[in-house]
Write a protein that binds this ligand. Structure first.
Ligand SMILES: Cc1cc2nc3c(=O)[nH]c(=O)nc-3n(C[C@H](O)[C@H](O)[C@H](O)COP(=O)(O)OP(=O)(O)OC[C@H]3O[C@@H](n4cnc5c(N)ncnc54)[C@H](O)[C@@H]3O)c2cc1C
Length: 297
């Protein structure tokens, strides 16, 4: 595995100086005690991806950057993940966050070129602005890179964006997305998920059903199977998982292996919007003592 270039300065100046907001500190505490990310380094993520492979699953390695980390440093982490996956012989992809690269093609290009050389797919997470992200996806396709992208069902516009991705014939991950559609705040989260899946069924090259909500996942998998659309169930490695739904249907599972900065699953900032998070924390804590390793092994 190649060494990271000197530009990588993971924690950023504020974190390096010991600065941490209260929500960040609480999230880090919960994340650390729950082992909700695979670790701080790509080597930790590779260990997790190997465990997934042993269980017959593929993985997506996702470096979660620090708030004040530079695009160059983040891109260096993506390059390192590509090398690590190829060196380990894993069938894994690398998830990237285009907004954290400032949507800068010159920063992204070396990542894509290396991914092509090492035959590792690059997946575009949905984060930040949609249009510049999809522009980059199209440009990456034109380059000949193996890429995939995410659509958020919370956004009504995703029904239109779906057409763009269908035309590219690339794999699409469907998530609910965090927060509401500012233009359509009343959109029902499960209904809109089902609508987007229906729009894609029978037309998309491949769909990753990425939700931990059984009442969204189960009908989505069945719709895609009926339409004979190749699909997989995508799960955040850290959350209670629905693998059994995929296994019962003979559908493959892809695990999202996050590493780097602590973030999800318990976004303390979201507790007031979504009080259920408090219940999830309690449930997971009890589960952790009752069955160590059940939530994340
Ligand atoms: C593989 C994968 C990739 C993703 N990629 C993106 C992306 O690129 N962009 C993006 O905006 N979002 C992404 N998401 C997040 C997604 O948008 C949702 O915010 C997230 O999955 C929660 O919604 P849900 O559909 O799982 O259903 P929910 O109804 O939110 O959750 C269903 C169940 O999952 C469990 N659960 C959910 N969240 C938590 C939690 N925080 N702590 C403990 N238990 C929990 C609970 O049992 C809950 O009842 C991704 C999710 C997955 C699974």
């Amino acid at each position: 595995m190649t060494d990271l270039p000197n530009i990588v300065a993971a924690p950023g100046p504020k974190a390096a100086a010991g600065y941490r907001s209260l929500p960040a500190a609480v999230t880090a505490f919960l994340g650390a005690s729950a082992r909700h990310i695979s670790g701080l380094r790509v080597a930790d993520a590779v260990v997790a991806a190997r465990k997934e492979a042993a269980a017959g699953h593929v993985a997506t390695l996702a470096y979660w950057p620090y708030p004040d980390e530079t695009p160059a440093s983040i891109a260096a982490h993506y390059l390192q993940a590509i090398e690590a996956i190829a060196d380990a012989g894993l069938v894994s992809s690398v998830s990237i966050k285009a907004d954290r690269l400032d949507y800068d093609w010159t920063v992204l290009l070396p990542v894509l070129q290396r991914s092509m050389e090492r035959k590792v797919r690059v997946h575009f997470d949905a984060q930040g602005r949609v249009d510049p992200t999809l522009d980059l996806v199209e440009r990456a396709c034109a380059l000949g890179a193996d890429v995939s992208a995410t659509l958020q069902s919370r956004l009504l516009r995703s029904l239109t964006d779906a057409e763009r991705l269908i035309r590219l014939r690339i794999p699409i991950r469907v998530v609910k997305g965090q927060d509401k559609d500012p233009a359509n705040p009343r959109l029902d989260r499960r209904r809109s998920y089902a609508n987007l899946i229906e729009r894609l069924a029978g037309r998309a090259a491949h769909i990753g059903v990425a939700t931990h909500d059984r009442r969204a996942a189960e009908p989505a998998l069945d719709t895609l199977r009926r339409a004979q659309t190749p699909c997989s169930l995508e799960q955040l490695r850290s959350l209670p998982r629905l693998d059994f739904l995929a296994e019962a249907r003979g559908i493959p599972v892809r695990a999202y292996v996050a590493y780097g900065r602590f973030g999800l699953p318990y976004s303390i900032n979201e507790v007031f919007r979504r009080p259920a998070i408090v219940w999830w924390i309690l449930r997971d804590t009890v589960e952790r003592f009752r069955r160590p390793g059940a939530i994340h092994s």
